[in-house]
Design a binder for this molecule. Sequence first.
Ligand code: TTP
Ligand code: MG
Length: 397
Amino acid sequence: MAKVTLESSIFQAVILHLDMDAFFASVEQADHPELQGLPVIIGQSLRGVVTTASYAARHYGVHSAMPIAQAKKLCPQAVFLPGRMNRYRQVSSHVMKIIMEHCPVVEQASIDEAYADITGTTRSLGTPTALAQRLKQTIKKSTGLTCSIGIAPNKFLAKIASAWHKPDGLTIIDPDTVPQFLDNLPLQKIPGVGQALLEELGHLGVKSIPDILTRPKDYWVQSLGKRGATLYERAQGIDHSPVIPESIPQSCSAEHTLDNDTLCRNELKHYLLLQAERVGSELRAMDKKGHTVTLKIKFSDFSTITRSKTMTKPTALTGEIYTIAYQLLLAQKLQQKVRLVGVAVSNFGADTLSLPLAVDSQRLRDEHLEQALDHIRGKFGNTSITRADTLSLRQNR
Ligand code: TTP
Ligand code: MG
């Protein structure tokens, strides 16, 4: 472990970056224990390149993107495998789930790496160091795999930190040590500084990160445009890019437990309209349309049924969602009283069928009308404008 002094504070972000070690090769070793400790090289074909190599193989100079033929020369005794992408995806999902269970805000960055914003979590989750150690232990116990973690005040430093002590590393860059850390960091460690930019910088007389800071920001913007502005920020240890959690909802729903169980379809119908309004406006806010509308009914004895209809054309229109949900309700026998009713729209996708212009223009008008209603509700509150049908329900809630 490099340094263990970082504590989260309100003012300073704390970002964790986790990257699995020799991921594809390690999965093969975990699944085939007889391969543990051996040089294992993953590559599609004999004429292709190395996808990854176990650390034992790396000792012989084998690395990603090297032609397999060359890897064979360097390490003829290695076990060469073509790779099993489905298995790696499966393990990846499992690892990401563990990270999400341990950290509040997680962004998956590739098949084997993720960022987590753990700012201000010391009280609830323990120190960043303790959290990272717990995460490493859980992943190891659950998958047999090791990972390396970096913790720093921002994403770019956290990524550098996670690669600092691989495999099975934990490196922490304390905010106070950032300037000193950057002074000694090779230029090409800055993400985005590849061979071409390195040469360009060489022509400008820049050999180190401190060299960048001898010239003002304007100079870099003029010389390298947007890349120059970013480079100048990184050289000072600055990176404001946020950790963006991936939360792609697969469906949108609303449901309501009635005050009194009922057999009255008219009452249920009003709730369906209210829910269709909620679901519709949420879909429109997310800019999503769904092909499938589902009606959910929970009866007095708590038994639950769902009935769905899938349409060729996806919708986010309140009227359409409501009409389908109501048709589904009408088609359903109510043998006992209803306790809960709900509407969901799922199966998101793009329009697959283009309707004749006349029909489309009607739909377009409906969409514009509902967007206008959403706008008014957004500005003046949910109850500012409403369908007459749902008014009494809103007032009763
Ligand atoms: P990396 O995290 O870059 O590499 P790694 O996990 O194998 O090794 P390290 O310990 O250095 O992190 O990539 C993750 C997986 O992605 C890797 O196991 C194989 C795959 N991969 C490719 O398919 N193509 C590539 O060019 C690279 C670099 C990786
Ligand atoms: Mg990796």
